[in-house]
Write a protein that binds this ligand. Sequence first.
Ligand code: ADP
Length: 368
Amino acid sequence: MHSFYWSLILCVFYQIDRARKFLLYFSILYRLSCRIVILNQMKNYLQPEIICLGEALIDISPASRGNSIVATGEMRMAAGGAPANVAVALARLGTATGFLGKVGDDFFGYHLQTVLAENGVDTSQLQFERKANTGLAFVSWNAQGDADYLFYRNPSADTLLEPAELNHGYIQQAQVLQFGSLLLASEPSASATYHALRLASDAGVLLSYDINLRVSGWSDEATARAKVTTPLAFAHILKLNRHELEFLTGDNGPEAATQKLWSSNLALIVVTMDKTGCFYRTAQASGFVATFPVQAIDTVGAGDGFMAGLLDGLRRGDFDFENEALIKQACRQANAVGALATTRNGAIPSLPERAEVDQLLQDRRPEE
Ligand code: ADP
């Protein structure tokens, strides 16, 4: 037994003077309180405030940026998948975050687990699948400078997430469940996603939907449009870019198009507008928040960083959607994270740490 406890027993039995006893009891109380603090911190880590549900994939892109992958021939790999990127970005901003999804029981899957864990994301709910490999996403730049995605997910481990594999308590105790649309393109992952959405919704967990449309993940555009629209009936927070807005509504003007998308369950829609900033709509207000001028070299990861900046900002104001100042502040932080992510290559490597975001927010003059 620890010598400290032996000394306590000796004190009680041999009646040493009161002052020493007092010091001893005080020190016991102090030690106990330290343990309670540590246990509380562990609880936060094990039960994250925000859970990111979806795909963790390996991104394979041309070794030299901005080129066609076929023309370049040389490729490089990186951990990716939008929900995994958002989880890492949130953790870097200081929000307790967990990732919920499935990877292959292969070296890519274990690499993804390592990257998530090294970044402080809870991976206790990451499943490993033997029947399929970790999904691959090839990224290539076309002549217009836009990224084209080619998925090797037929099936991949992420699509095999089963409803029965979800940890109910883990989902029900979160503050926010963040999800995207890619798992909806396959079964059983679509059923697992809807199961998680219902569990969260019944438990009063906020549902945040980043459409993150990848048309190539679907059989055709009409199916994609119909299936990607379905979760709008559950979501409280909706984030999409201008192309996705046009794809869903036929209109890319955020003022009118967000009005078309609005439904009573929604508390906030945010439209990202690349180098200009973003547009927000709540039940009471709408407006535009400008982004930060930066030397952008690669926009991969900007949307995921933006999503994390938005959620982290809203969380710091207790998700008070009626407070327009909070919405603007969260959008401003989201722009800062998105802008910083464009200044470096890749997704996860480009996502900023808290201090860098604070610095950019602080340097910016209020009137800008
Ligand atoms: P997505 O990657 O989902 O298409 P966007 O390209 O609209 O998203 O970028 C997301 C956010 O990142 C923007 O709303 C903006 O805040 C920021 N951002 C993107 N490109 C730039 C840029 N060139 N300069 C500054 N901020 C940018």
